[in-house]
Write a protein that binds this ligand. Structure first.
Ligand SMILES: *[C@@H]1O[C@H](CO)[C@@H](O)[C@H](O)[C@H]1NC(C)=O
Ligand SMILES: *[C@@H]1O[C@H](CO)[C@@H](O)[C@H](O)[C@H]1NC(C)=O
Ligand SMILES: *[C@@H]1O[C@H](CO)[C@@H](O)[C@H](O)[C@H]1NC(C)=O
Ligand SMILES: [Cu+2]
Length: 214
């Protein structure tokens, strides 16, 4: 490639990296009564993609004050995803994050008291709104509530490569190589690293730029 082409490619890659939204995979019940990760940092436009494991879990956006109770306004509810042992469900539930307001979520399965037993997670914890605070409140709740209907997200077929990790959703025009994910690194506090995969973005954009140039 000529130096000019290189410059163009780098410039485009830089723009794409800035503008990209991430898809953040969350494993539901893969390892006991847990969401993994259970602490997520997300930007507006990012998508939480919930992958369900055995036996039968859900995810509900919760109210910060009343643990294991749906958010008073807005939010989301996936419904239940009964899943055979050692598999992940063929479908996922995807929720778009619209802003950085702290969000609590929980599993509403009462057989086994999942919320009470700590099956909760948080997005963008801040101030008093933390995972620990929500789990502490959940401990004294006798049963979790499920909303009447699924809402606030999209149920769809699980993407082909459904390993749990963090992927960028930057490049819809990318070739199949771009779907290989940057694996999520986990910080000591359990928060998922949301660093955008510049490697993935570069590969995709280099391909696109090459098409453009030739
Ligand atoms: C999954 O759990 C929900 C809520 O407890 C229940 O209504 C539903 O029957 C369960 N489904 C299966 C297949 O166990
Ligand atoms: C699921 O995996 C566990 C651990 O690897 C194994 O002990 C168990 O037998 C498996 N269950 C089924 C239904 O395959
Ligand atoms: C984001 O907005 C969409 C569309 O209004 C809504 O369906 C979704 O529930 C919102 N996300 C959250 C986390 O509330
Ligand atoms: Cu559960």
């Amino acid at each position: 490639m000529s130096p000019l082409t290189n410059t163009i490619v780098l410039a485009i890659a830089g723009l794409a990296t800035q503008a990209s939204a991430s898809t953040i995979k969350v494993a539901v019940g893969k390892s006991g009564l847990t969401f993994a990760p259970d602490t997520v940092t997300a930007s507006a436009g990012d998508v939480l993609e919930f992958h369900f494991y055995a036996k039968n879990h859900s995810v509900v956006m919760g109210d910060w004050t009343d643990a294991c109770v749906p958010a008073k306004t807005g939010g989301f509810y996936s419904g239940f995803f009964p899943t055979a042992a050692n598999t992940s469900n063929a479908e996922v539930f995807s929720v778009t994050i619209n802003d950085t307001t702290p969000i609590a979520f929980y599993c509403s399965q009462n057989t086994g008291s999942h919320c009470k037993n700590g099956m909760v997670g948080v997005v963008n914890p801040s101030g008093e709104n933390t995972l620990e605070a929500y789990q502490a409140k959940a401990k004294s709740v006798s049963s979790a509530e499920s909303p009447a209907t699924v809402f606030g997200g999209v149920v769809s077929a699980a993407p082909a490569a459904s390993s749990t990790g963090t992927e960028t959703g930057a490049s819809s025009t990318a070739s199949s190589t771009s779907s290989s994910s940057a694996s999520a690194s986990t910080k000591p506090n359990g928060a998922a690293s949301l660093g955008v995969s510049s490697v993935t973005g570069m590969v995709a954009i280099v391909g696109a730029a090459a098409l453009f140039v030739y």
